[in-house]
Design a protein around this ligand. Sequence first.
Ligand code: ASP
Length: 347
Amino acid sequence: MVNSNAASYGKNARVLVHGGAGAISRKRLTAASEKRCKEKLKQALSAGAKVVDQGGSALDAVVAVIKVMEDSPLFNAGRGSCLTRKGRVEMDASIMDGSNLDAGAVTGITCVKNPIEAARAVMELSPHLLLMGTGANSFCRKVASQAGLKIVDPEYFVTARSLRGLARFLEKEKLARQAGLTISGLTTGASQSEGASPDFCHDDLEFLNECKYGTVGAVALDLDGNLAAATSTGGITGKSAGRVGDSPIIGAGTYANNDTCAVSCTGHGEHFIRAVVGHEISAMIEYAAFDVRTAAEKVVFENLARTDGSGGLIALDAKGNYSMPFNTAGMFRGVATGDGRFEVAIF
Ligand code: ASP
């Protein structure tokens, strides 16, 4: 859809990125780690901003952002994804085009280098919206050359850090069991049950996997006034095989609608699904005339809080207003705007 006011969108164009929310400890995040993460966020933002600046679509922009993040082992998506209890990678991703409400998603895939491209392929080349597991892998292999998907061995995604993260998780779980405690829902790092919450954070980049954050997401508004959203994740460390979080669920972890907003979430997926976060924000804007910031903050600080859901999100409306709230200690995030703003932050 080409908006008739396209020319007026130049300055409003925006690209937002997140690289996960969680109990990131200021004290334990070394300057070197912080720098590496921020540089990767900037690189991802630049990739998306370049697409938009050259008149490309919001959809292409969010894919460009996510691919940079998926290719980096620093974040929990693509290479560097969290591992299941059995040490496997099962990745989830979704994408939504706000101009026509088209969407695509995959869950539990193991063989596509950039899961976000697999989600887009489902949207564009299949009659379906969400494909899972072996069926999703087969579909991706079938359309690989047409969709430009790179098929890789599952080992490509596994890193020494993700293996150490799983080993530590299983060890801590064992200790917690012996002490009669539970690790709260295999959480994304924040709000773990009192006493059962081992010290997950480390003073190097291991915290990204061991604390189980690092899901990546992007939202964009292009020069034609169209919105798009995308999210990609390895899920949570130590998850059971087949566990699906909010990231591939349209309306929960990802949502985009030109009439309201584009949203990508990160956090404890089970809570984000229950709060239907992406669509809830859209509905507040559509039916209750909330602005995007008020709606996003209400969902993060009130709705999610009702069930102790921890995490954050990035949200952007079709006028370029945006919000990046989180109820955790930190969230890797950044924004690039058509009028020259280019910022990344963690805390
Ligand atoms: N939301 C993701 C999931 O639950 C994890 C995260 O964002 O850290 O799978």
